[in-house]
Design a binder for this molecule. Structure first.
Ligand SMILES: [Zn+2]
Length: 202
């Protein structure tokens, strides 16, 4: 070898506790509000378990609410900055269905549900995934204000940009519950019990 061994895969493993957390969750969750409640619940447990930030997502069939995948933020556990909840939910949905396009021919329409609006990375990841619906527990400055996570330079017209590409956006389905997760996280960070992992930290 003339160069050091190179990694040959990018692996974003989801945590084992998800199996326990999902044990009583039905295969189909028909109501959008109930799908949002699940991502809020997973986001809260995720930071408490220590594998990543207070973020969770799922991909569901839009018409039936059949759960195709769930994802949580695994940046700390994986040491990979790509490991946001949207990315792990989209990736595991695509792996399960065997397609890079969740909007491909012959497939039902798919929805991405997240506990807050996307960062700059996930804005693109969601846009290229093939979903036709994006549902958010909340959006606005509360996430950055409470958690100090940096969403990056999102454009002001991000909702319109999704909708121009055939992706409907539903905002603020359960904002108070989403904010409560961030408040608990903020208190834990202040007490030294949780990590904020923004890049380029001073
Ligand atoms: Zn993100």
């Amino acid at each position: 070898m003339h160069f050091p061994p190179l990694a040959t895969a990018v692996t974003l493993d989801l945590p084992d506790w998800l199996n326990d957390e999902l044990a009583d969750v039905p295969d189909e969750i028909p109501a959008v509000a109930d799908r949002v409640a699940l991502v809020n619940r997973l986001a809260d447990r995720n930071w408490r378990e220590g594998g990543g930030g207070p973020f969770a997502a799922l991909v569901a069939e839009r018409a039936t609410g059949r759960i195709v995948s769930v994802g949580v933020n695994v940046v700390l556990a994986s040491n990979i900055s790509l490991g946001h909840a949207e990315v792990t939910a989209i990736g595991t949905a695509q792996a399960r269905l065997g397609t890079w396009d969740l909007g491909g021919a012959g497939l039902p329409e798919h929805e991405l549900v997240v506990n807050w609006r996307p960062c700059v990375q996930c804005y693109g990841a969601a846009m290229w995934s093939g979903i036709t619906s994006l549902v958010l527990a909340g959006h606005g400055s509360e996430c950055e204000d409470l958690t100090t996570f940096d969403e990056g330079p999102m454009i002001d017209t991000w909702v319109e940009a999704f909708e121009q590409r055939g992706i409907s956006v539903t905002l603020d389905v359960a904002k108070p519950e989403a904010v409560r997760v961030f408040e608990a996280y903020r208190d834990a960070v202040a007490a030294g019990g949780a990590v904020v992992y923004n890049a380029r930290q001073a």
